[in-house]
Design a protein around this ligand. Structure first.
Ligand code: PEP
Length: 255
């Protein structure tokens, strides 16, 4: 099955002002007018989404970095998938390692995925180990994350779920980080595809898998060509329009 490639930017808690956010988003939107084969998503902080929804184009979709699992109501400080959809947001990163570090469990992520799907958002589910041990225990950890986060999801909705494999040890802000290789990515994505196909049968074939962890404009082609993935999730590199556009153009021209 031919799947569209997808490049996702995770701005995390950046930039500082709405003006800077608008400028960065505008530069990316302007630079992708010729892109046809690649889906582009920018996941921005909640407070910028309304402004960015005004300047988004059909080519650059808006994403959030979390969504509360439930309807509007008495949940101080939370933002629901329903509210995000109404604003024009179409994707949401869920289960990012930086949120798991605050105590978010696989069970929480599972509820958020179900709610996101119910309100029409495409969940980008992040999985990945904090470190690699010699006994290869990281495979069991990723398996458990997938099984728990995707528990009870119907086969018919899986085409809208995107999996992002993000080894935490390779993320740009991890202390003493190490580079992951395309081989590391390919080995894990083969494993992830096997789990997904055991769980969802042929429907799993439509699910896209991304690699994330310090991807930049120089190694994007290596991950896209040899990492077994359908796209990339970029954090730090997505905060620089020129670098992010180079990653998008690499994806557009690679296959
Ligand atoms: C991330 O944390 O989602 C990420 C991809 O970050 P970076 O590219 O900065 O490692």
């Amino acid at each position: 099955m031919i799947k569209r490639k997808i490049i996702v930017g995770n701005w995390k808690m950046n930039p500082r002002t709405v003006k800077e956010a608008g400028k960065l988003f505008g530069e990316v939107a302007k630079g992708v007018s010729r892109v046809k084969k690649t889906d582009i998503v920018i996941c921005a902080p909640f407070i910028f989404l309304e402004e960015l929804a005004e300047i988004r184009t059909s080519k650059v979709k808006l994403g959030a970095q979390d969504a509360f699992p439930g309807d509007t109501g008495a949940f101080t400080g939370e933002v629901s998938a329903d509210m995000l959809y109404e604003l024009g947001v179409r994707y949401v990163i869920l289960g990012h390692s930086e949120r798991r570090a605050f105590g978010e469990s696989n069970n929480d992520v599972n509820k958020k995925i179900k709610s996101a799907l119910a309100y029409g958002l495409w969940p980008i589910l992040c999985v990945g180990e904090s470190d690699r041990d010699h006994n290869h225990g990281y495979f069991s950890l990723v398996k458990m994350q997938l099984e728990k986060c995707l528990a009870g999801i119907s086969k018919n909705s899986v085409g809208k779920i995107i999996i992002a494999y993000e080894p935490v040890w390779a993320i740009s802000t991890t202390p003493d980080r190490r580079d992951a290789t395309a081989d590391d990515s390919r080995e894990m994505t083969i494993f992830i595809r096997k789990i997904l196909s055991d769980k969802f049968g042929k429907n799993a074939g439509s699910m896209r898998i991304l690699y994330g962890g310090s991807v930049n404009e120089k190694d994007a082609s290596e991950f896209l060509e040899n990492g077994g993935v359908d796209g990339l999730l970029a954090g730090k590199s997505s905060l620089n329009a020129k670098k992010f556009l180079e990653i998008i153009n690499t994806a557009e021209h690679i296959f």
